[in-house]
Design a protein around this ligand. Sequence first.
Ligand SMILES: *Cc1c(COP(=O)(O)O)cnc(C)c1O
Length: 479
Amino acid sequence: MGRGATIYVNRYACLTAFGGCARLRSEMDENFRSLPSVDRLLTDGRIQRLEEAYSRPFVLRVIRQHLEEIRLRIAQGEPAPMFDQMAESVCAQVHSIAEPSLRRVINATGVVLHTNLGRAPLSEEATAAMEECAGYTNLEIDLDSGKRGSRQVHIESLLCQLTGAEAALVVNNNASAVLLALSALAKRKEVIVSRGQAVEIGGGFRIPDVMRQSGAKLIEVGTTNCTYLLDYEEAITPRTAALLRVHSSNFVVIGFTQAVALEELTQLGDRYDLPVLDDLGSGCLLDTTRFGLGPEPMLQQSIAAGAGLVMSSADKLLGGPQAGIIVGQRALVDKLRRHPLARAARIDKVRLAGLAATLHHYLKGEAESKIPVWRMISASLEEIEERAERWSRLLGDATSVVEGESMVGGGSLPGGTLPTCLVAIKGRGKVNQLADQLRKGSPMVIGRIEKDLLLLDPRTILPGEEEALLSRLRNLELS
Ligand SMILES: *Cc1c(COP(=O)(O)O)cnc(C)c1O
């Protein structure tokens, strides 16, 4: 007898003890007795068809759980459902558990890097490389000698070429890159950070917490808005292991502010023989100001400024799969490589292949045309307007085209927007229902709601998704 059944016995006992009258009790007994056996449910045609697609133990478990839920409800005084209804519920439950839950979404929000929608969409080439490397690969075989090699060789020279660094290491994500760097270089020692940079990046990543985890002691200097070079220098002691800079990825401080430039920090580090660790966040390789955006610091700039280690995500503005990129001085990277956490945070072959293919786009000078994130950022307003107008014409009077803004998002360029054109669908007082419908169908479509309008931004809709999007919109019965 399962756990649920035990609960039912207890509740039934309680009910009996606390004066459930005799008539109710006999009705309840009747309801219990009317419940079909597991075997009886297994003979139902619908459930037999389930067994063709799913394993018997799985179907059995769902049937038993369902019967137990019904017993609980009966014990609370509810009537027993009909046999047909039970069989249908079992089928529905099996399908809802077995149906893939993680699925493709059409991102019509206009937020290019939407953390909740999985950050960067990958290029065709990256996707193909990941598919190819899903099987056996030469991940850790040195093909010349036939001996064991390192998985990092497939990526290190690409990163060094693109950033000018001496050495590189790729791990699970940027959070683990920062944790690894602090653990390997600063455990039981001190790391100096500007108070304005001891921040929370989101999703539970807080610099002071990561620092504590690594065993390094956080020494905060300066104030929230102003930190000077002298603040760092005065905090240096024989226990100092590093100076840390953290890029303010998702917020801006405006007004009276003062931060120390990376070059000044690395000069100070050189004088005291201390490495500067630079948590860059987005890990951009292209100049964002060319697209009318504010400047986002680039990996190659940090290396040129003399940072000892630079850490970034691979799935933000770099436009690749989730990974943490570490580039910098060889001696430091080697220390990280040898640390046990490097193994705990290691990257898998499939993402490694996707990241290498993404980096190839930069080497070939085709990042803007091939990497979806950059294609979206560099799309011209005319091109977006043309798509919005065309879709609105196809969809009819319930839609119009309005001007608006797209966002880069995803922990980069806080407040940075790009002018865009949006397809606006009139909500007629039911805009939330419209958004729900779009979100719940297949493929799921996620838009933006503003007042009584549902807004769809063509900027973040991939070319191959247009058909599916239009067909979902046509089925909404807009007018
Ligand atoms: C995004 C970000 C992180 C976390 O990176 P993940 O790849 O999400 O682990 C850490 N630091 C900064 C500055 C960031 O912007």
